[in-house]
Design a protein around this ligand. Structure first.
Ligand SMILES: [Zn+2]
Length: 100
C-alpha cells in the first residue's frame, strides 16, 4: 500500500507534469461536451479506458525505473568477504583483497 501511495505521489507531483495536464484535459473535455448538444455519453468510458491504459503504462514504467535504480550498475562486491566497494575501488576496504 505504501508503494501504491508513492506511485501516485510520483505520478501526480513527479517529473512528468504533462500526464497530470492530460488527465485534467480529459476531464475538462468531458465536462465541456456534457454542457453542449454533442452527445457525451461515449467520452467518459473512452477517457476512462484511455486513462486506465495510461495509468498501467505509467505504473509499469515507474516500477521498471524503480527496479533499475535499485541495483546500480557498476556496484562492486569483494569476492573474498562480500563487502560493498566504492565505485572504482581496486582493493577491498574491509579485508584488502583485490576487487575484480
Ligand atoms: Zn574484502
Amino acid at each position: 500500500m505504501k508503494r501504491f501511495a508513492k506511485f501516485w505521489w510520483d505520478f501526480i507531483v513527479g517529473d512528468d507534469w504533462r500526464v497530470a495536464v492530460g488527465v485534467l484535459l480529459a476531464f475538462g473535455v468531458t465536462a465541456l461536451l456534457a454542457t453542449t448538444s454533442v452527445p457525451a455519453w461515449w467520452v467518459l468510458p473512452l477517457a476512462v479506458m484511455a486513462l486506465l491504459g495510461l495509468f498501467g503504462a505509467m505504473f509499469i514504467l515507474w516500477w521498471w525505473r524503480r527496479e533499475a535504480g535499485g541495483a546500480r550498475p557498476g556496484a562492486q562486491f569483494c569476492a573474498k568477504c562480500g563487502a560493498a566497494q566504492a565505485p572504482g575501488s581496486r582493493f577491498c576496504a574491509t579485508c584488502g583483497a583485490k576487487v575484480a
